[in-house]
Ligand binder design. Structure first.
Ligand code: NCD
Length: 305
């Protein structure tokens, strides 16, 4: 049901859309592993406009489009585009829509993707707008939970880190509100989940803020760790005061259930030390791997017949 639609917020996807994405992504995963690529979107063009750094999101969107048989045009460094001459976002988007069939945009300002969708004559996908939303990351996060734990319902999800500025957290909390899960939030006081995100969740009774990760680690099924979003702090002293304030150690992982998983949207800085990568709970690289089939599914559902 998302044919020709933009995806700006996670609310643009219903629960049944999300389950449909899962099914299509399972198919895409099979195709990637068997044939590598498909001709499903031959002759379609995706424009990627990244006004902020990105590795996984951009590469996985581009890889997804290539694997669907389509092609990609891209502005990766806005300093070399007409944005540096002062072109408005509206005009850049008008142009990108006349050259392509779908636009993927990442921008440092919250609301920029929504604005872009108003000027675009083609579907727009928000690949992260400031500390707003990152809906496609959320779909791949949910896909990872379902794939690795069998289902989403019934799990206890503990989110750690920068809950204030982390857009992956904001979208994920909103999406999880339609599942039967318990959510624990652990963060330094100044990085608590903003009130406006709470206000978008219909029932906040299954979300609780806890002071210490050690109080909940033993009951956690999904430990979702995030990076402190240094680039969002207007006061660098405030950033300095929270730097290194949490880090997942081997001792903490030892207290986790055998079947639990550790996720992270990446990039990680010092929140998870590399020695954790070998632990059976570590799933963040697998999570990143699922970015391609999930984005293939989304693009195909938007642009396919
Ligand atoms: C995240 C983002 O850009 O919001 N990264 C990603 O897309 N995988 C998380 C982050 O940058 O910390």
């Amino acid at each position: 049901m998302i044919r020709n639609k933009s995806i700006i917020s996670i609310d643009d996807l219903s629960k049944s859309d999300i389950f449909e994405v899962f099914n299509v992504a399972d198919d895409m995963l099979g195709k990637i592993e068997k044939e590598g690529s498909t001709g499903l979107l031959n002759s379609k063009i995706m424009a990627t406009l990244f006004y902020e750094p990105s590795t996984r999101t951009r590469l996985s969107f581009e890889s997804a489009m290539h694997r669907l048989g389509g092609s990609v045009i891209s502005v990766s460094d806005v300093k070399t585009s007409s944005v540096a001459k002062g072109e408005t976002l509206a005009d850049t988007i008008r142009m990108a829509s006349s050259y392509s069939d779908i636009i993927v945009i990442r921008h440092p300002l919250e609301g920029a993707a929504r604005l872009a969708s108003r000027f675009a004559s083609k579907p727009v996908i928000n690949a992260g707008d400031g500390s707003g939303q990152h809906p496609t990351q959320t779909v791949l996060d949910l896909y990872t939970i379902r794939k690795e734990l069998g289902k989403i319902d019934g799990n206890t999800i503990t989110m750690v880190g920068d809950l204030r500025y982390g857009r992956t957290i904001h979208s994920l909390i909103m999406a999880l509100s339609s599942f039967d899960v318990k959510i624990n939030l652990v963060s330094p006081p100044i990085l608590r989940l903003p009130e406006y995100v709470y206000s978008m969740v219909p029932d906040r009774s299954n979300i609780r803020e806890v002071d210490s990760l050690s109080d909940v680690i033993g009951d956690t099924d999904v430990l979702y760790v995030t990076r402190i979003q240094k680039e969002r702090f207007s006061d660098q002293n405030e950033y300095q005061s929270v730097i290194g304030s949490y880090s997942i150690t081997s001792e903490m992982v030892a207290a986790m259930k055998e079947k639990s998983i550790i996720m992270h949207p990446l990039p990680r800085i010092d929140e998870i030390s590399p020695e954790i990568d070998r632990k059976p709970q570590a799933r963040y690289f697998k999570q990143a791997y699922y970015g391609v089939p999930v984005r293939m599914a989304l693009i195909y559902m938007i642009l396919g017949d």
